[in-house]
Design a protein around this ligand. Structure first.
Ligand SMILES: Nc1ncnc2c1ncn2[C@@H]1O[C@H](COP(=O)(O)OP(=O)(O)OP(=O)(O)O)[C@@H](O)[C@H]1O
Ligand SMILES: [Mg+2]
Length: 270
């Protein structure tokens, strides 16, 4: 049976029935299948983190239905990873998921080694407290902790936030390789579209809790009005293609991928 995450008419209110009631999601319909690479965009407070929590089955909506694959197949790495740490060492933090899944010691060890190596956390830090790691290392650790579950759906909330340029480049490479090797579905938020663009194809745009668009980078490149209205930007490559096209250059800013955009520039240079 095909695995999928299905949301129908999902609404979420924080503090319902009080003076602090805040609508975070409103009537969201969404189907996410296998082998998808999805960007979740939207201004601050649009409901991105809330939507990821619902998709991970961690937050039940006040209204609507959520169907999520069972058994650790959906994993969410939080926007502020340090908030979720509880173990005494990085190793134990990553081992917690597989251990609670009832896997044998050998299998747990293999998964922890694989996950910590995959994210490139240096081995001498594996026995440290998660709180004695740098912000960038904590992000890697949080990613390893969800990878050790071998999820089929990997949900990442702002994975590049707080990383330096090298850290971002490394993380981008790690994620690309993981997706290629495992075929898992990736859903990621990110205010830095240049990081998100090369890793995704489908684009969900949230605005005030509503799904304003379920589209692709190519379509947004051709028509970025929605993004502009929300104060969001196109990836630099598509933005440059649009500028060139406006000045009469024979280029198509409707490129679905970074490779496609680079090919447009190459053609222009002859
Ligand atoms: N734990 C919470 N308690 C009460 N209100 C919350 C809580 N978390 C989020 N909200 C509110 O719900 C709305 C959606 O928040 P959410 O964190 O999902 O947005 P976001 O798109 O992830 O924003 P950002 O880009 O800043 O991370 C906002 O109005 C926010 O203030
Ligand atoms: Mg958020």
């Amino acid at each position: 049976m095909a695995l999928e995450i299905r949301l129908s008419g999902v609404s979420v209110d924080y503090y319902p029935g009080t003076a602090w009631q805040t609508r975070a999601l409103a009537g969201v319909n969404l189907l996410v299948g296998e082998n998808e690479e999805i960007a979740l965009l939207g201004p601050g407070g649009a409901g991105k983190s809330t939507l990821l929590r619902v998709m991970a089955g961690l937050l039940a909506p006040g209204k609507g239905q959520v169907l999520v694959p069972e058994g650790g197949r959906v994993a969410l790495a939080l926007q502020e990873p340090q908030r979720g740490f509880f173990a005494a060492t990085a190793w134990e933090e990553v081992a917690f998921g597989p251990e609670n899944f009832g896997l044998g010691a050998g299998e747990v060890e293999e998964r922890v080694r694989w996950a910590l190596s995959a994210v490139g956390l240096p081995e001498e830090k594996w026995s440290r407290s998660p709180f004695a790691l740098s912000g960038g290392e904590q992000r890697r650790l949080a990613l390893a902790a969800v990878l050790s579950m071998r999820p089929r759906f990997l949900l990442l909330d702002e994975p590049a936030a707080g990383l330096d340029a090298w850290g971002k480049r490394d993380l981008g490479r790690i994620l690309r390789e993981l997706v290629k090797k495992t075929g898992m579905t990736l859903v990621m938020t990110g205010h830095e579209v240049d990081f998100v663009f090369p890793l995704t194809r489908r684009v969900l745009v949230l605005a005030r809790g509503r799904l304003a668009a379920d589209t692709t980078w190519g379509r947004l490149g051709r028509d970025p009005v929605l993004l502009e209205q929300l104060g969001l930007e196109l990836p630099t490559a598509l933005r440059l293609l649009r500028r060139l096209a406006e000045k009469g250059a024979p280029v198509d800013p409707g490129q679905e991928s970074l490779e496609g955009a680079i090919e447009e520039f190459r053609k222009l240079l002859g």
